[in-house]
Ligand binder design. Structure first.
Ligand code: RUQ
Ligand code: CUA
Ligand code: CA
Length: 637
């Protein structure tokens, strides 16, 4: 510790204002409260009893009570993920993914830049589809994956620390849109669609999009290594996708079978299709060497176009009505359901018939269709309650329709049954909807979130740009009941929910966490013990500053560099108290980062200008938080 820093700490010890003296009591009380809350019931018995009588009261999660479900919301073109509590619909925290986040320094710190890689040059993203990893069809609490349509990427969030830890840019592709996970036996692959058709190579010389060399690809990303495992060339384009409960099949919708370049053209065909991918057949084709590579990428690319698959048997194309959108697997594993969008129908595809389809035992691809219920105008996405009912959003009708799947199948077979159970107005123009645990075999039919694209008159006016409206609907009874309007900033496309016992985040960092392991390695090279050392190392025009932080002071409260130096500041927060995060912000330098308890964070920059620049802690950490500061002195060169 520098003399000045030592001085600081001594003053505090003497004054009795040290961290322990000051925060100890409150921290202990806080821990006790948290322990009770976590060990005890989620809602009190009285709350639940009242809730049964009045569904509205069920969403009231009182002070000190915890929500029953974690919700993970995509942040749309804000490029992040938002963690919500359901049913309270309170936003608990945000996880930066593709966006710059000044609160945590994501996009600025060396640790986050390692995660972002080359893609970090664009701190934007367009997230649509957040999905939680599974083992045996149940959420395992390990990862959340999300797409970035804007820069063709896929990110992984570690749920134990709720931070993005890996990002891959998908090669040979533009606009990664639909994304879903292999559910069985576990999430080995992240399946995702590249939406737009591009020429290969896309070198500016060959720009005809109707040629054989223009196509898009279906992708499988290895969930552990986050490398693209394979790509499959398809006819048409790709929109949304899902995976089945055997681990064998994935399916994607295609709205542009026409390969059209304008709106009219993409609506020309009465039917587009759902393409079904035979994962073992694709893996076999790769093993047999039946693949190519494109451009600089080493990813094996397998042929999946109808006229070109030969005996590889990688795909099948199932005609479905006009410009389908959502593709959803029912939690019983029986059906892929494609939403019609321009057709008022959903198409029910039986997974039980897919083996026969691929074995060539069916006369027609349409033979796997076992139902095509008429639901209303503009069906976009379907979700499930685990009791045999499906809930489909109707964009044009501004409704959610609840319908019974088996009855719709019976109707298709000629039986006179009314499969429509209820239509509920939502506000307005819904896109995705999502029921609790619906993507797992444990779909429990408690809550339905409907992500309405327009909010119009539902909130206080805020100018021309309106929030979206995420509506919460109680689906635990026979009837859907709308219970809550939730404004959301542009723009969650989709969300996913898990029971709170399925997500197990850490409370403080583990010193061995891989998130900052590289930074620890670099410090070791400098002979630094991050937990105790406060030192300045000059290495040519590179200056490395190592310090600890402990409320309410930094290990170094003044250091000097020269104009033109490249400065790296590495701070280790040696506080061990839950919730005690420090910040580090240098005024007028664009430098800011968070350091959680037991975390090491680092940031590299070239100071601008000369003179004295104060730095300070920007997380309120202590009664003497305002006093937690220091100075960087930049001497003229
Ligand atoms: S899509 S609103 Cu980006 Cu999920 Cu359907
Ligand atoms: Cu440390 Cu405020
Ligand atoms: Ca079309």
């Amino acid at each position: 510790m520098s003399d000045k820093a030592k001085g600081n700490t001594e003053v505090l010890e003497k004054s009795g204002l040290s961290r322990r003296g000051f925060l100890g009591a409150t921290a202990a009380t806080g821990a006790a409260v948290a322990a009770t809350a976590l060990g005890g019931a989620v809602m009190s018995r009285e709350t639940w009893a009242a809730a049964v009588k009045n569904p509205q009261s069920k969403i009231h999660v009182g002070p000190g009570e915890l929500d029953t479900y974690y919700g993970f919301w995509s942040g749309g073109h804000q490029g992040e993920v938002r963690v919500m509590g359901v049913p309270s619909m309170r936003e608990i925290i945000r996880i930066p993914v593709f966006n710059l986040d000044p609160a945590t320094g994501y996009g600025l710190t060396n640790e986050s830049k390692r995660v972002l890689g080359d893609g970090g040059k664009w701190m934007i993203g367009d997230c649509h589809h957040p999905h939680l990893s599974l083992t045996d069809g149940k959420h395992d609490g390990k990862y959340l994956f999300i797409n970035d349509k804007a820069c063709s990427r896929v990110a992984r969030i570690r749920l134990d620390i709720m931070m993005t830890d890996k990002i891959v840019t998908v090669p040979n592709a533009q606009a990664v849109h639909g994304l879903r996970l292999q559910k069985v036996p576990y999430t080995k692959y992240v399946f995702c669609n590249a939406e737009f058709i591009i020429p290969h190579p896309n070198d500016g010389l060959n720009i005809a999009l109707d040629s054989e060399d223009s196509f898009t690809v279906f992708n499988a990303i290895d969930a552990e290594s986050m490398e693209v495992a394979f790509q499959v060339i398809v006819d048409g384009n790709l929109d949304n996708c899902d995976a089945d409960y055997t681990g064998k099949y994935a399916a994607s919708t295609c709205y542009n079978s026409e390969k059209a370049l304008d709106l009219g053209g993409s609506m020309r065909n009465e039917r587009d299709w759902v393409v079904v991918f035979n994962i073992p057949a694709i893996e076999k084709a790769i093993k047999d060497g039946k693949f190519v590579t494109l451009g600089d990428s080493k990813v094996p690319v397998v042929e999946g176009r109808k006229a070109k698959i030969g005996d590889t048997n990688t795909t099948r194309y199932i005609p479905v009505p006009k410009n389908p959108h959502g593709c959803n697997m029912s939690p019983d594993g029986k059906y892929f359901i494609a939403a019609g969008k321009l057709s008022p129908t959903c198409t029910i595809i039986s997974t039980a018939l897919l083996d026969e389809l691929f074995a060539g035992k069916l006369k027609d691809e349409r033979d796997v269709v076992v139902g095509e219920p008429e639901l209303g105008l503009g069906p976009l996405h379907t979700t499930f309650d685990g009791r045999g009912n499906a809930y489909t959003t109707l964009f044009i009708d501004s409704q959610v329709v609840k319908w019974n799947i088996d009855e719709a199948v019976r109707f298709y077979n000629g039986e006179k049954v009314n499969y429509i159970k209820q239509k509920l107005d939502v506000h307005y123009q819904p896109g995705h909807n999502h029921a609790t645990l619906t993507e797992s075999s444990e779909a429990d039919g408690q809550w339905l979130v409907v992500l309405s694209k327009f909010s119009k008159d539902r909130f206080l006016p805020v100018g021309p740009l309106h929030p979206e409206n995420d509506q919460l609907i109680d689906i635990s009874g026979d009837e859907m009941k709308l219970v809550h309007d939730g404004p959301a900033y542009a723009e969650p496309h989709d969300c996913t929910m898990a029971r709170r016992d399925q997500i197990r985040p850490k409370k403080i960092w583990d010193r061995n966490d891989p998130y900052f392991a590289e930074t620890v390695k670099l410090a070791e090279k400098d002979g630094i013990n991050l937990e105790t050392d406060n030192r300045i190392i000059r290495d040519g025009n590179k200056v490395r500053i190592y310090m600890v932080s402990m409320a309410p002071s930094y290990g170094i409260n003044e250091f000097t560099v020269k104009q033109g130096d490249e400065v790296t500041i590495t701070i280790t927060n040696i506080d061990k108290i839950e919730d005690l995060t420090h910040g580090f912000c240098i005024v007028n330098q664009g430098v800011t980062m968070a350091i959680g308890p037991q975390q090491t964070s680092s940031i590299t920059f070239k100071p601008e200008g000369v003179g004295v620049f104060w730095y300070y802690c920007n997380f309120f950490c202590h009664a003497l938080h305002m006093e937690m500061n220091g100075r960087m002195i930049v001497e003229p060169a």
